[in-house]
Write a protein that binds this ligand. Structure first.
Ligand SMILES: Cc1cc2nc3c(=O)[nH]c(=O)nc-3n(C[C@H](O)[C@H](O)[C@H](O)COP(=O)(O)OP(=O)(O)OC[C@H]3O[C@@H](n4cnc5c(N)ncnc54)[C@H](O)[C@@H]3O)c2cc1C
Length: 399
């Protein structure tokens, strides 16, 4: 396993670091406080090639490998994990098309993302089916003319209010069926006038082909306030067979492939946040003096900094190993993806919490970035599967 950074990766690292320094970090706390989806930043990220990394070269996409994608997501997350979550979510929604779609489906559903700064949503979680997503109730039912009708409700969907395409996992035939399909619904591009704000309600998208998608009011969140999250309801949405990816019975297998790809990305989000928490805490403790010494020179405080650094570095190693395993399609890639996600989430939460502690009372003030990081970190341990689900996957494989 070779962790040497290639020339291409170095170029990406420099590009993202500059982007984070110039576009994300200035004003990040103000934007965060306003809780508004930063469309301008997302558009710039698209312009300089930091989005839609999984789109195949055959349709003029970047087709960036998983190791490089993880590095990009890690660096973006150093700036803000809400923004990296939103950007990464396009790949979360679109990778299933790149992996299992036909050439026609790739052109139809992926090419628009190459041409315009569009947003996609990945719809798996439901109010009654979170960790146990196989118990989902959203379903498609075949009609006499060969088309299907989609009905059901998804929740906590990243990018939902801004999405111009939805990737949905649903049951086939009836809500309590056993088979799961993966379908794609492109909708009209979102117009300026339709844009929702945190204070506005939800909206309805009436589809030309028939049916309605109802997007709920954007969720008011503890952290990652620069990402958009909302519920999505489908009412009698007409689906034709060209919108079904691969075999309509194998959606669950495809979802596992998506999560194998996505978990190293979430680990990268955790490592980026842990690194930011460590850097700003180190800087703060080098400046502030108590008992006549810099805080970083007080032995117990230095121990805490060492513990933060160790967790961050171990998470980085777990991330790189998982990214290599997923990239090479190793049979045990799933458990390494789960391991990386857990270790990185733990590192992010630890570094943010301990970093806040080392800031003393100042860390509890919203004007200090560490307080934002402490709020942002929690979701890394939850989305793409909670810690216990990762442990369940690892345990199942081990025995
Ligand atoms: C900000 C945000 C963005 C999200 N984005 C998306 C998205 O874009 N698309 C999408 O489909 N979903 C998304 N999600 C949903 C997310 O993946 C789920 O919230 C997550 O999988 C957990 O499901 P749940 O919330 O229903 O928790 P539950 O499944 O109800 O779990 C609650 C708790 O129960 C315990 N638990 C659960 N299962 C087990 C187990 N097997 N063993 C032991 N203990 C267990 C754990 O402590 C867990 O934290 C997002 C969520 C949030 C908050």
């Amino acid at each position: 396993m070779d962790f040497t950074i290639t020339e291409d990766q170095q170029m990406y690292l420099e590009l993202v670091r500059k982007f984070v320094k110039n576009e994300i970090l200035p004003g990040v706390l103000k934007r965060e406080e306003e809780h508004i989806f930063p469309e301008d930043i997302i558009e710039k990220a698209w312009e300089i090639g930091l989005m839609n990394l999984c789109v195949p070269e055959s349709i003029k996409g970047y087709e960036v490998d998983i190791i490089t994608s993880s590095l990009i997501v890690r660096e973006l997350s150093y700036g803000d994990t809400g923004i990296s979550t939103s950007a990464m979510c396009n790949d979360l929604a679109n990778i299933v098309i790149a992996q299992h779609g036909t050439e026609e489906q790739k052109t139809r559903f992926l090419q628009p993302f190459v041409e315009k700064p569009l947003i996609a949503a990945f719809c798996l979680t439901e109010p009654g089916a979170g960790s146990d997503n196989a118990s989902m109730k959203t379903f498609i039912r075949k009609q006499d003319d060969g088309t299907y009708l989609l009905n059901g409700e998804k929740c906590f969907i990243t990018n939902a209010s801004y999405a111009s395409q939805f990737t949905i996992f649903c049951k086939v035939g009836k809500p309590d069926g056993l088979m799961i399909a993966c379908i794609i619904i492109p909708s009209e591009s979102i117009l300026e006038a339709d844009i929702v704000t945190q204070s506005s309600g939800g909206k309805e998208i009436v589809l030309k082909e028939g049916g309605t998608i109802m997007i709920g009011k954007p969720e008011d969140k503890l952290g990652q306030r620069l990402s958009n999250t909302a519920a999505v309801k489908f009412e009698d949405v007409v689906i034709d067979t060209t919108q079904i990816i691969g075999n309509r019975r194998l959606g669950f297998t495809y979802a596992i492939d998506v999560l194998d790809y996505a978990r190293p990305m979430v680990a990268a989000i955790g490592v980026g946040l842990a690194r930011r928490a460590f850097d700003i805490t180190l800087e703060y403790t080098k400046e502030r003096k108590q008992f006549g010494e810099r805080i970083c020179d007080l032995p117990v405080a230095r121990d805490t900094l060492v513990s933060m650094w160790k967790r961050m570095e171990m998470a980085e190693m777990a991330l790189m190993k998982a990214a290599c395993k997923v990239e090479s399609g190793d049979p045990d890639r799933g458990i390494y993806a789960s391991l990386a996600k857990n270790v990185a989430a733990e590192a992010a939460i630890y570094c943010a919490n301990e970093g806040l502690h080392l800031h003393g009372g100042y860390g509890f003030m919203t004007e200090y970035e560490i307080s934002k990081l402490a709020r942002d970190a929690h979701i890394i341990d939850i989305y793409e599967g909670v810690r216990e689900v990762q442990d369940m996957i690892i345990g199942r494989e081990l025995v």
